[in-house]
Unconditional design. Sequence first.
Length: 277
Amino acid sequence: MDTIGTVTGREAEQVEAYTSFAAVYDTFMDNVPYEEWGEYIHGMLCKYGVEDGIVLDLGCGTGTMTEILAGYGYDMIGVDNSEDMLELAMEKRIESGHDILYLLQDMREFELYGTVRAVVSVCDSVNYVTEPGELEEVFRLVNNYLDPRGIFLFDFNTDYKYREIMGDCTIAEDRGECSFIWDNYYYENEQINEYDLTLFIQEKNPDETQSDQMPQLYRKYKETHYQRGYTLKEIQVLLEKAGLVFEAAYDVDSKEEPSDTSERICVIARESGKQEE
């Protein structure tokens, strides 16, 4: 949720980038069919035997999917490295009354108190891990914290999507109280997608009685985000290196077997190495 320089520098910037973005994240993501996607995830979890129990939402952001899965009866844990995102997630928790545990942690080194029945990671969170070796470590940690034969379900944006669909382009959108300009660049040799985000966020007027008489003030924020484009084969190799067992993959849009032109792929993997009691 990092120009091509050292990965360490990019990743440090990523956390800071979400400070202003968090405030408008849900507004700009309101076109995402979270309920439909949540229903699909619930169906897939049930298909693989996870109908209840503890589920970890890795890279949970503002907690939208965490709340949806809690609504299906799962005992949810949410992990994210943005304090601002988690503050919004906890506001949703107060409104819903769901008993969700949120942890401020980096997915590359997250720690839990015990194992969980399933781990989910949606909205291309894994693409923000821009070093394959570090994504392998994420997968290793997932395998470590899964129950025996537990399920890992996640999605990722493909190299094809960044290279052929997004590429070098500019996107702009005006939502009234907030607007953005998105300048996108894809560095094919490094498989790194950079997007420079310029946000214009309306200031809240402390004196609402004068709101009609005063000019609207917008504050400008600029931040840069980085993601890595992965191929399904690369993901499968990293899963295997981490000790997980690859189970299946689906094109997110068609729900069919992925093709060379799939833009987002959902992957299901299973824990390996622990003995069932």
